[in-house]
Each structure stands twice: as structure tokens, then as C-alpha cells.
Design a protein around this ligand. Structure first.
Ligand code: KG4
Ligand code: ZN
Length: 354
């Protein structure tokens, strides 16, 4: 039996977890502790990097202790310490990586650096569908910082099929939520508000990315369309520049926020679904996987399921957004594959999956 202690601090969640891997490779989540900083960042309308790093420092020790206690394991029982070392905010990553190095040294256990994006992918191995996962599969990885279509050919074997040309999907949800005065984080707020709205009320047409980019995504066009539809028109001759015009909650009279949220969500989902189905078909995928914070979106899940005969697998809702369970899960596979990192392990804020 392998027991991995996982740590995640790449953005605004301070998290620790313990995952057990049986000899047959089956994973079991023993403890999953997440201390969210969302209340603190809400007043800034997004993550404030300096504040995030300081809050990780204040919280990480308690979070790690709680995970050990909840898992009911002694440090001596652990096989290794796995930690996110990129991509993410440099200051935030440093807290987790240095803390993990301290633990590895104190407990005399190997250290394993994990790519946060690979972590999101391995949250699927903690789902009820773990036994059904087959290669090759196409994974739509949608988070606050990334929107990528990945062909997963085997454990740790990835081909990047396409990615976003501008905003990440989660970033678009967050910006549009801000525009509609729905607050931060935007994804859950849009989803909640959209339930009361008509997805066909506003025809937010999608950017045509052309046949030469069949697996690419773009959200800037939809974002601008929402802005045009819901904001007061600028006075004649006054130029409004991109992000500046994303003023929170400055809405034109008569705008139906629920309709706007539902129409945006429908357009964003369509932008994600079409290239994913194309990629799955073109690459003979056994299944479509969803991962990352935006994979918590029920509308997106339903759209994918409705439009394909392939199985669609997504992580449990609690493991879609950032957590350390997924880092420990990826750590189990990396440990089995023999990965061991030295105490010189560095943070890599721009680390890519492929
Ligand atoms: O994976 P994640 O926790 O952090 C990153 O690695 O970026 O993803 C966070 C993103 C945020 O942009 C958030 O608005 C979005 O995931 N998100 C959602 C939902 N829940 C979280 N987007 C749409 N619908 C949701 N239910
Ligand atoms: Zn993430």
C-alpha cells in the first residue's frame, strides 16, 4: 500500500490531503482539507497574489495537521510528500513547496513535485468512474488559468491538441460575473443566476476560429458581446477601452441579469463543447474527460453528455476546484513510476503540461 501526503497552494486555496493507493492501483481518499481564501479576495474582485501568499503561510501548518489527523495516519506510515510546484502564483507556490520540503526532511520521506494541471486530471481517479477510465481519452481541462484540450495517451503521456487563444474559460466566467455585478468567484455565481434565465434571450454568437484551428477556443468575442448587450452605450465620441469598460454591475436599464448569465453560459459551453467533440472523434477517444474548476458547471456537463455517445467522466464536484487530493492522487502514480525530487525542487509559475 502507498500513502501519499499532498499539498496544494498554487492559487488561493491552502490544501492538504492523504490518498492511499492499493496494490492494484485503486485510490482511496483518506483526508481532504481545503482552507479557502475566497472571502478575503472577494473584496478585491479576484485573487490578490501578495495576500494569497501571506494567507498560505498563516494557514498551511494547521491545514496539514488536520489532514494527518483526519486520515488517521502517522508520518512514519507515509510513502512520500507530493506538492504542486507549478503552474501558479510564484509567492503562493513557494509557501507550499518550502513547507513540503520541510516535511520531507523532518519525516525523512521522498519529495515529489506535481504539475497542478496533471493534478486536475488525476482528480478523475478519485471519482466513481475510476475503474472505467481508458486510454486514449480526450480531456477538456478548464480552470481559471487554463483551457486546454489534451489527448491522454497513458499515465503521464499527453498531447496538447488545442488551447485558448485569449482568456481561460474560468477567467471569462469571472469577468462576465463581475460585469453583471454577481461578484467573485464568478463561475458558481453565473451558474446559480443562469438557472432562472433563458439561454436564448441574448444571441451571443461565437467567434469563428477557422478550419485550421479546429481544437482552439476563444472567449474574448463572447465577453465583448455580453458587455455590449448589458452596459449603457458610451456617449457619442467617447472611446471605451477593453478591460476598463468591465465596470462591475454598471448595467443598462431593463437588462435581465438571469437571461444574460444564462445566454453567456450557453455560448461559453458551446465554445467548449464543439472542439471537444471534434477532438474526441478525430482521435478515436474512448471517453471524454472533464477536469478543472469549470468542470463543476452542471450545464456544461449536461451539454457534453447530450451531444455524444461516448462516456463523459468528470471529477466529484468537491474535487473540481483546487484541492490537494488531486495532487496526492497524481503523486500516487508518479511515486509508482519512480519519480523522486531533490530538495532543490524549484517552483515553476509557467509550467505547462505538455
Ligand atoms: O481549477 P480552479 O479551482 O483554479 C485554477 O486552477 O485556476 O478553477 C477556478 C475557476 C474560476 O475561474 C471559477 O470561476 C471557475 O473555476 N468555476 C466555475 C464553476 N465553479 C468554479 N465556472 C463555471 N461554473 C462553475 N460552477
Ligand atoms: Zn486549478
Amino acid at each position: 500500500m502507498t500513502l501519499i501526503f499532498g499539498i496544494e497552494t498554487s492559487c488561493d486555496e491552502t490544501a492538504a490531503a492523504v490518498v492511499e493507493a492499493a496494490a492494484d492501483g485503486k485510490l482511496r481518499l483518506r483526508a481532504n482539507v481545503v482552507a479557502s481564501q475566497v472571502e478575503m479576495h472577494r473584496k478585491y474582485g479576484g485573487v490578490f497574489p501578495e495576500v494569497a501568499a501571506r494567507m498560505h503561510i498563516e494557514t498551511i501548518h494547521a491545514v496539514a495537521r488536520e489532514a494527518l489527523t483526519a486520515a488517521d495516519v502517522q508520518p512514519a506510515d507515509l510513502s512520500a510528500v507530493a506538492v504542486t510546484h507549478g503552474p501558479g502564483l510564484a509567492g503562493s507556490l513557494l509557501v507550499g513547496v518550502n513547507f513540503a520540503k520541510g516535511l520531507a526532511l523532518m519525516w525523512d520521506k521522498p519529495l515529489i513535485g506535481i504539475n497542478h494541471l496533471e493534478g486536475h486530471l488525476y482528480s478523475l481517479w478519485l471519482s466513481e468512474h475510476a475503474d472505467s477510465l481508458r486510454f486514449p481519452s480526450v480531456c477538456l481541462l478548464v480552470s481559471g488559468g487554463h483551457t486546454e484540450l489534451i489527448l491522454v495517451r497513458g499515465h503521464g503521456e499527453y498531447t496538447l491538441l488545442g488551447s485558448t487563444l485569449d482568456d481561460a474559460a474560468g477567467e471569462a466566467f469571472d469577468k462576465v460575473a463581475r460585469l453583471l455585478g454577481l461578484g467573485y468567484p464568478g463561475g458558481p455565481a453565473i451558474e446559480r443566476t443562469a438557472r432562472e434565465g433563458d439561454p436564448n434571450a441574448y444571441p451571443f454568437t461565437l467567434s469563428d476560429l477557422g478550419a485550421e484551428r479546429p481544437y482552439a477556443f476563444s472567449f474574448s468575442g463572447i465577453k465583448t458581446a455580453v458587455m455590449r448587450a448589458v452596459q449603457p452605450q458610451p456617449a457619442y465620441g467617447k472611446r471605451v477601452r477593453g478591460e476598463e469598460s468591465l465596470r462591475a454591475g454598471n448595467l443598462r436599464e431593463g437588462v435581465n441579469i438571469a437571461d444574460a448569465a444564462a445566454s453567456f453560459q450557453a455560448a461559453a459551453a458551446e465554445m467548449l463543447v464543439a472542439p471537444t467533440l471534434r477532438a474526441a472523434r478525430d482521435h478515436g477517444a474512448a471517453a471524454i474527460w472533464l477536469a478543472g474548476g469549470v468542470s463543476a458547471n452542471t450545464y456544461l456537463r449536461q451539454q457534453l453528455v447530450a451531444r455524444t455517445d461516448l462516456p463523459v467522466y468528470a471529477p466529484p464536484l468537491a474535487l473540481c476546484t483546487d484541492n490537494a487530493a488531486m495532487i496526492a492522487a497524481a503523486g500516487c502514480f508518479r511515486y509508482a513510476a519512480g519519480q523522486r525530487d531533490s530538495l532543490a525542487l524549484d517552483v515553476l509559475p509557467m509550467l505547462a503540461l505538455v
